[in-house]
Design a protein around this ligand. Structure first.
Ligand SMILES: *[C@@H]1O[C@H](CO)[C@@H](O)[C@H](O)[C@H]1NC(C)=O
Ligand SMILES: *[C@@H]1O[C@H](CO)[C@@H](O)[C@H](O)[C@H]1NC(C)=O
Ligand SMILES: *[C@@H]1O[C@H](CO)[C@@H](O)[C@H](O)[C@H]1NC(C)=O
Ligand SMILES: *[C@@H]1O[C@H](CO)[C@@H](O)[C@H](O)[C@H]1NC(C)=O
Ligand SMILES: *[C@@H]1O[C@H](CO)[C@@H](O)[C@H](O)[C@H]1NC(C)=O
Ligand SMILES: *[C@@H]1O[C@H](CO)[C@@H](O)[C@H](O)[C@H]1NC(C)=O
Ligand SMILES: CC(=O)N[C@H]1CO[C@H](CO)[C@@H](O)[C@@H]1O
Length: 507
């Protein structure tokens, strides 16, 4: 898990291809080897040819790296008869702890487990050279996906919010600053959240060999530099049209439509693995000037990690209600000392993750579609066996355990609900809402959709783009009817602002 300070994300300089993915090494190996083997199968080619094909597909700046990597690993022969589990064990990328079972994604192969047959050639030097040129080529990518362009991490005294040009401008006709004239009641939106809020997504087209082409991997460098998160399409801070299926709808876009002064005033302070506990350090990257900036709407949404972990005794590692209370109250005190007066905080409850097992366990995972050999149930067991399950409590065939996990999630949601109704803060009012999964599923069903489409196909865990976009509408309607003060009034000057300032050069 990486922590970043400031606005511009440091691109993670780690090996791409097999190297960098926020996934366990064994999972990466099985994933990549599966894709190569399935490509070989689909094109009736050798494994070596399939590997070269894969390297041809991926974007040019990663290709050198990919070829070197394939040279280094191709010096042993992968036989198409060996499945990915066997290969990754042989590569020693899947460790087997003494006394622990051998973890496998596929049904155990008929061939006996082979002894190590890896003959590494010495390609350390070219590997390093490729890696450093790769690092240089992805430098300074896309930090703005997280907070919009106005954010400047080199200088925290700079006004971070709103329409920067507008703030500086003065109407030449009457000498009144534009901001004073146009921007009453404007608010920024801040998400304090987890991978669901940051919108974690692994494109299924990266592993669907039947449709694979160069187009499938065009988004690879960007996806890596954002740790496979896509905050630019997300439920709270999304601002670009989705290129990953579904459509984009976000609290930010709706607030901007309501009041053009909210343009670019967004911050996605969420990270993969975010929970009530680790948010306490992440929250320090909040950028808001209590005296100079407009108020903010803060969505506090850690919807699962307090009950989700990959430990064998998962129940013992869940956040307790007492810890939850302490964590959330601390976070709120921090917000109270940093948010401008007139801000709002919405606490979102935890999700009921039984939805995942119920809707996916017997369906085929994208890796299992070609040969009908990997179901989500198998994927979950594989991850659990490696102790890297994103959520051992919900992604399990054990119904008792799934129920106990939901029970704890409900207790923690109740803590949030209680805080919202009993605590008072000087600079913001506070509200609670349940995570809108039930309404989302209901709405999607009415639109003719299936519940499994609301879940990310590759990880079988996160909400999909469709779920995110539908969730926005539900949250918006709730706020509009129950807490209209949170959203502020429609800005009567919207058209004038648009005419004078256009879109400020986009994002
Ligand atoms: C696959 O390729 C091999 C060798 O070129 C050939 O003998 C075999 O018939 C091919 N199989 C199919 C299904 O095309
Ligand atoms: C930061 O920005 C402010 C406002 O533009 C400016 O006055 C100040 O000198 C800047 N500080 C640095 C270290 O650049
Ligand atoms: C998103 O798509 C809509 C409809 O195609 C278009 O009007 C809009 O300009 C697009 N927005 C962005 C940010 O590209
Ligand atoms: C915040 O604003 C409200 C009303 O706008 C005012 O009553 C309250 O005293 C202000 N609080 C602080 C800490 O300035
Ligand atoms: C789990 O919870 C569901 C719904 O509350 C209930 O119907 C079911 O019997 C429970 N199962 C077990 C094994 O506790
Ligand atoms: C299911 O989980 C519960 C709670 O962790 C545990 O007590 C029980 O032994 C598990 N059942 C099986 C069959 O593993
Ligand atoms: C997952 C991730 O990288 N999240 C980022 C969201 O935005 C904050 C602030 O910009 C970063 O610190 C997080 O790392």
């Amino acid at each position: 898990m990486n922590l970043y300070s400031g606005c511009w994300k440091l691109a993670p300089w780690l090996p791409v291809c097999l190297g960098y993915l926020p996934l366990a090494r064994a999972v990466r190996c099985v994933l990549v080897v599966s894709v190569i083997e399935q490509l070989a199968q689909w094109h009736n080619s050798t494994v070596k040819a399939a590997m070269e094909k894969l390297c041809d597909y991926i974007p040019e700046k990663l290709q050198g790296f990919c070829y070197v990597l394939s040279l280094c690993t191709i010096s042993f022969s992968i036989d198409r008869e060996m499945n990915a589990d066997v290969v990754c064990h042989a590569l020693r990328l899947c460790k087997q702890d003494p006394g622990q079972p051998l973890c496998h994604l596929y049904s155990p192969p008929k061939v006996s487990w082979l002894p190590t047959f890896l003959k590494t050639t010495d390609c350390g030097m070219s590997f390093k050279m490729e890696l450093s040129s790769l690092k240089a080529s992805i430098a300074h990518t896309l930090g703005y996906h997280w907070r919009g362009r106005d954010c400047n991490d080199k200088n925290t005294t700079i006004l971070l919010s709103t329409f920067s040009l507008l703030q500086q401008g003065v109407d030449p006709k009457d000498g009144i600053p534009y901001e004073e004239k146009f921007c009453k009641d404007s608010k920024g939106v801040v998400l304090l959240g987890d991978s669901a809020g940051a919108h974690f997504h692994i494109p299924p087209e990266w592993m669907t060999v039947t449709q694979m082409s160069a187009k499938s991997f065009a988004n690879l460098p960007m996806a890596f530099s954002d740790e496979l998160d896509w905050p630019q399409f997300s439920e709270i801070t999304g601002f670009l049209n989705s290129t990953i299926g579904g459509w984009t709808d976000s609290l930010y876009l709706r607030l901007r439509k309501r009041n053009r002064c909210n343009h670019r005033d967004l911050q996605n302070i969420s990270q993969n693995g975010g929970s009530s506990g680790n948010l306490l350090s992440l929250i320090k990257s909040l950028a808001r000037n209590q005296l100079l900036d407009h108020p903010a709407i803060v969505i506090y949404a850690t919807i699962g990690n307090d009950v989700c972990n990959g430990e064998r005794d998962t129940l013992a590692h869940m956040t307790t209600p007492k810890e939850m209370l302490s964590n959330v109250v601390q976070a709120l005190r921090y917000l109270d000392s940093h948010l401008p007066n007139g801000s709002h905080v919405i606490l979102t409850g935890l999700v009921d993750g039984r939805f995942l097992w119920d809707n996916l366990h017997d369906r085929y995972h994208p890796l299992g579609q070609l040969n009908k050999d990997v179901t989500y149930s198998q994927l979950y067991s594989f991850l659990d066996c490696l102790q890297v399950s994103p959520c051992s409590g919900w992604l399990t065939p054990n119904e008792t355990l799934r129920n106990l996990t939901s029970e704890r999630a409900l207790q923690l949601s109740n803590v949030l609900k209680e805080i919202a109704s009993s605590e008072k803060f000087a600079n913001f009012d506070i509200f609670y809402m349940d995570f809108p999964l039930r309404q989302t599923a209901e709405e999607w069903r009415k639109m003719g959709g299936e519940p499994w489409q609301l879940i990310e196909p590759v990880d079988g865990f996160h909400p999909s783009q469709i779920a995110a976009a539908l969730g926005t509408g539900i949250t918006w309607q709730k706020a509009l009817h129950e807490w209209p003060q949170v959203l502020g009034k429609e800005n009567p000057f919207n058209d004038q602002i648009e005419a004078i300032f256009k879109d400020q050069g986009g994002y």
